[in-house]
Design a binder for this molecule. Structure first.
Ligand code: ATP
Ligand code: MG
Length: 246
């Protein structure tokens, strides 16, 4: 096995990101480091506006950092050309957001099979796979309904089915339970946590719930532009582990 196949699946080093023009610039991320091991479920807590979504957008190749590297399986996706970034998003990542972002014109199963179609899989196979997933997530009876005909909790579970349909190596979840009542938040979290346990899905879980975060393998807190551990120490990757295999 190569060194990069053994190391953390995700290594972020010295990430900087600012928004706004000169004079009114807001520095959101200031030299953030993060490592996530394969199969980990890491919770990211932090007050509103501290940069949690910004971080997920950088890791998700939706936006680029001003400085720093983001190594996914040893490849720097921050510096990669747009085509490679698009392939990474489609092949390696699953996204779940606070709002489900399901397409209203399509049924649950059509939404769930969308990433597979984008990947070029045949319709029949994609549909079978999406139906199997909906069944697994307790949503088989919702398959042919449109998002407007589903409850908030069901919509979010369909969004999770869509996110994992392509068996992503890394799931990025940005307050997936933020819009749900306590019971549905519990159901959706249990689902993510179960996927993590059973499939070893590496998950980065942004939440405002300290209680749910407490059920994850590791908790980090976003403050002052970087991550801190529960003891309040800045999460810094030590010099010895910053050696990047080339
Ligand atoms: N595209 C943008 N242009 C300008 N400012 C932005 C942009 N995106 C984010 N920001 C600013 O960056 C800061 C961090 O935003 P971000 O969305 O990452 O926070 P967050 O931690 O996810 O907050 P919340 O918990 O409310 O979702 C905020 O001050 C926000 O206004
Ligand atoms: Mg956010």
């Amino acid at each position: 096995m190569s060194r990069e196949a053994q190391g953390p699946i995700l290594r972020c080093r010295g990430l900087h990101k600012a928004f706004g023009e000169e004079g009114r610039r807001v520095e959101v991320l200031r030299g953030l480091d993060l490592e996530v091991e394969r199969g980990e479920m890491v919770a990211v807590l932090g007050e509103s506006g501290t940069g949690k979504t910004t971080l997920l957008h950088l890791v998700g190749a939706i936006d680029r950092p001003d400085a720093g590297t983001i190594l996914f399986r040893g490849q720097d996706i921050a510096a990669a050309p747009p085509q490679e970034r698009a392939a990474y998003r489609n092949r390696d990542l699953g996204f779940v957001f606070q709002l489900h972002h399901l397409l209203p014109e399509f049924s649950a199963v059509e939404n769930a099979m969308m990433p597979l179609l984008i990947r070029g899989e045949g319709r029949v196979r994609a549909r079978d796979r999406a139906l199997a997933l909906l069944q697994e997530l307790g949503l088989r009876e919702c398959a042919d309904r449109r998002p407007s005909e589903l409850s908030g909790g069901e919509q979010q579970r369909v969004a999770i089915a869509r996110a994992i349909a392509g068996s992503p190596a890394l799931l990025l979840a940005d307050e997936p339970t933020g819009n749900l009542d306590e019971r549905n938040a519990e159901v959706v979290f249990a689902l993510l946590s179960d996927l993590h346990r059973r499939r070893g899905m590496t998950t980065l879980f942004v939440t405002h719930s300290a209680r749910l975060a407490g059920k994850c393998g590791r908790i980090l807190k976003m403050e002052h532009g970087s991550l801190t551990d529960p003891a309040g120490n800045r999460y810094n990757v030590t010099a010895s582990t910053t050696q990047v295999p080339r």
